[in-house]
Design a protein around this ligand. Structure first.
Ligand code: TYM
Length: 341
């Protein structure tokens, strides 16, 4: 059976980009078709300047939203990364397979490191090695599919490269994974700046729709989206990025096709209005369920506890096998090795 792994990083409130690029498919398709694990990857949230209490709060909120989005613990495994030691254990071994040149080529590293430097801050070493930890997240579970948005494709490619390299050097230990992205809305753009991704870690702003935004806030943000000069409604990502973004959001919310939808509109105003309503309707059940789950924190904790137990049992044998393959002495074997001085 196909094994799926994916995750969200609790560095900010989850956005419409997270939902359309990843979470929507996890709940609608992946958990039904595959042996699937979904993770709040909290160790990744420590790679940039962070407030411990906020990371804890956002981790709990992300887990609650994963369940609110329709992930069913009877069908899939939902857990928190730091509850399973195997991620960090495997990450170190993969660092011994990756090169520093590879790390420095990662687009997200270059962008985030540049941003930190502009702010006058220092760049944490973990920001550089982050993609190796992400590879460990995936490889520890033998995942063959990784449903992510477009921005994570390069990181999944690295996980592939590391799996292949490890297998060639030390013997087969890892399944080689591949990224799967949605047909539309694989890269939802900021409504105020269609040249930038709608990112949760960015400063909050009118261009980002959060999953927990009130309906009127969503409406206001969509109605004020920056569109391009021109009057016809056409779908052209290069020439009309603002408009294309709205058409993609509408298409992803309604299951339509952005190009076909463009033909149904003669004004930007009508398109914005329909897009705003489609987003409000998409988020409504998620917000309702989120409210219910917040009233029952014991349930969410129980799901995460069971999830971590299941995840640990799945990852342990693979990580143990990788340790043996790369030359580390199995624990408990020391007594059998004669000591010669
Ligand atoms: P993160 O937390 O930034 O995003 C979670 C998922 O949402 C997708 N996404 C988007 N899709 C479309 N448009 C957008 N504007 C948008 N913003 C985010 C992301 O592509 C992602 O699928 N490094 C990962 C987390 C991670 C992970 C993993 C993912 C850690 N280990 C192992 C998969 C497998 C990240 O920062 O995602």
């Amino acid at each position: 059976m196909t094994r799926v792994f994916s995750g969200v990083k609790p560095t900010g409130h989850l956005t419409l980009g997270n939902y359309l690029g990843a979470m929507q498919r996890w709940a609608a398709a992946d958990q039904h078709q595959a042996d699937a694990l979904f993770c709040v990857v909290d160790l990744h949230a420590l790679t940039v300047d962070h407030d411990p209490a906020r990371v804890r709060r956002l981790s709990r909120q992300a887990a609650t939203l994963l369940l609110a989005s329709g992930l069913d613990p009877e069908l899939c495994t939902v857990f928190v990364q730091s509850h399973v030691d195997e991620h960090a254990r495997l990450s170190y071994v993969l660092e011994c397979v990756a090169t520093d040149g590879e790390m420095r080529r990662m687009i997200q590293y270059k962008e985030k490191a540049a941003r930190e430097r502009v702010r006058g801050g220092s760049v944490r070493l973990s920001l550089l090695t982050y993609p190796v930890l992400m590879a460990a997240d995936i490889l520890a579970y033998g995942a063959d599919q990784v449903p992510v948005g477009e921005d994570q494709r390069q990181h999944v490619e690295l996980a592939r490269d590391l799996a292949v390299r490890f297998n060639q050097r030390y013997g087969h230990a890892f399944v080689v994974p591949r990224a799967t992205a949605p047909q539309v809305a694989a890269r939802v753009m900021n409504l105020q700046d269609p040249a930038s991704k709608m990112g949760k870690s960015d400063d909050s702003g009118p261009g980002i729709v959060y999953l927990l935004d009130e309906p009127d806030v969503v409406r206001k943000k969509v109605m004020r989206a920056v569109t391009d000069s021109g009057r016809e409604v056409v779908y052209d990502r290069d020439a009309r990025p603002g408009l294309a973004n709205l058409l993609e959001i509408l298409a992803a919310c309604t299951g339509g096709n952005p190009s076909e939808l463009s033909g149904a509109y003669t004004s930007y105003g009508a398109l914005k209005k329909d897009t705003a309503e489609a987003v409000v309707e998409l988020l409504r059940p998620v917000q309702d369920r989120h409210r219910e789950l917040c009233a029952d924190p014991g349930y969410v904790e129980g799901v995460l506890r069971d999830g971590a137990r299941k995840a640990r049992a799945m990852a342990r044998p693979t990580v143990d096998a990788a340790y043996r393959a790369i030359g580390l002495l199995p624990a408990g074997a020391g007594a059998e090795v004669p000591v010669t001085v």
